[in-house]
Write a protein of this length. Structure first.
Length: 97
């Protein structure tokens, strides 16, 4: 997120990655959809903080789930639950979900 570049953020998702965005009720399941969400989200200049979370690591996968909070450039905040599943794909850890 710190890059501010929607395409760079979207490239962190696996080929078959899925995003259930924090500020949208529209699931994103392809590169263009994920990038489109981050166009608007990154305009708000989010700064995230994990408030609580748990990580589990398996063979070529990892899970991170908990509660995070984003603060935006207008001073507004949103607290939400999160879950990320990472898959080891083509030699890199990618967001699968």
């Amino acid at each position: 997120l710190e890059t501010g570049d929607p395409a760079t953020v979207a490239k962190r998702y696996a080929k078959d990655g899925v995003s259930l965005p924090t500020l949208s009720d529209v699931p994103r399941n392809d590169f263009e959809g994920i990038k489109d969400y981050f166009v608007g989200f990154l305009k708000k200049r989010p700064v995230g903080k994990i408030l609580e979370g748990e990580k589990f690591i398996g063979n070529n996968w990892a899970q991170d789930a908990g509660i995070y909070e984003f603060t935006f450039n207008d001073g507004s905040k949103v607290k939400a639950r999160y879950s990320f599943i990472y898959a080891f794909e083509d030699g890199q850890w990618m967001i699968s979900h």
